[in-house]
Design a protein around this ligand. Structure first.
Ligand code: FES
Length: 66
């Protein structure tokens, strides 16, 4: 299924990118170009990212320790 129509990126490509180590939207942008044009795909790409890498630490959880 296409997730990012602007760049022709599928959910399989996103899962594959996560399996290769992508853990953030920035990684997905660099890896596949997801969200670099209209941005409509970003919310769904984020949910796929969470689903594919549920154990990945979230950066915002670390920021409050200060
Ligand atoms: Fe992904 Fe437009 S659908 S940037």
């Amino acid at each position: 299924m296409y997730v990012c129509l602007c760049n022709g990126v599928t959910d399989r490509q996103i899962r594959s990118c996560v399996a290769e180590g992508a853990g953030t939207m920035k990684d997905l942008r660099e890896c596949l170009g997801v969200g670099t044009r209209c941005g409509r795909c970003a919310p769904f790409a984020k949910s796929l990212l969470k689903e594919a890498a549920p154990a990945a630490p979230q950066a915002f959880e670390l920021s409050a320790a200060g």
